[in-house]
Design a protein around this ligand. Sequence first.
Ligand code: NAP
Ligand code: 8YV
Length: 311
Amino acid sequence: MKPRLLHLGPLRRSLAEALEAHFSVTNAAKAADFSSDGSGIVAVAVSSTSVRITPEFFDRLPDLRVISTFGVGFDHIPVDEAYKRGILVSHTPDVLDEEVADTTVGLLLATLREIPQAARYVREGRWEFAPYPLTRGTLRGRTVGILGLGRIGRAVGKRLEGFGIPIYYHSRRPVEGVPYGYCKTALALAEAVDTLIVLVPGGPETENLVDAAVLTALGEDGVLINVARGTVVDDDALLNALEKGRILGAGLDVFRDEPRVPEGLRLRDDVVLLPHAASASVATRRAMDDLVVANLVAWLGGRPLLTPVPR
Ligand code: NAP
Ligand code: 8YV
């Protein structure tokens, strides 16, 4: 008999087939939807970072030994509690770095040069009556700060080097061997740059790390790009900074209460909004699915997880 696995989130056919080759699979859209007796379930696969797991959820799964989650971020899983209970946790780093970095740079350029707004202008037939206004935003003359110089932050840095603009960064520790200036705090980084790209993990440690002071420090030409987690940015402070003209604009791929996006942001022309799509190409999502399964197969074979979430 195959071991039992609970899958949480939207189940893609290819992922379902790959899981069913090794496990007897039960599905639930959300952890809260799973109210049955979870005895005998040894593995959980999570196929969206929008599926939130609470420590109490583990009480319903007394035999759970491993969680394999889709995505590199793991702020939706109480990892410390899992490890305390002897439950292993894996995620999908590395395979999405280049895709997410490409999208981040695309979002930066789209925000600065108002690409979605200008495209809408053409579609609406307005070009026939007047040219689209010149954009105040440009990458020329900018200084970029990367908040969180990890795997994806470094991939973004590599791309920005090609634009020939100065780059600074903040992480809790300086990173060896990178040609960028290190800033000891997020505020110091914002003071040194006018363009801030957020790539730190979500969770309590980074909640509202980008606050009113950080936004104001970017200056009136300031641009914020958030591809990390919605929780890292103080939404009220962002809206206020935009309304008061304290910064120029923002490009956001992630939101605190996805897929709900604050109306205040949706109505503004100086923000570019994406539906948490930075890794969302067929090829990259397939690579992420494959790694979700490969971690589970390694565990089934008694081998170490390929990409465990760091303790
Ligand atoms: P990573 O390699 O772990 O990098 C995270 C970086 O943030 C590291 O440089 C880390 O350095 C720094 N950091 C962590 N906690 C910090 C804190 N409290 N203050 C300041 N810096 C901090 O992760 P990654 O693979 O690059 O991914 C980064 C995040 O991007 C993920 O966690 C996820 O939330 C997000 N993401 C979003 C999408 C999307 O679709 N929008 C896709 C992929 C990833 P130190 O430890 O030295 O501080
Ligand atoms: C996820 C992400 O694919 O990897 C992450 O941390 O945020 C994305 O790549 C997305 O959240 C879908 O669940």
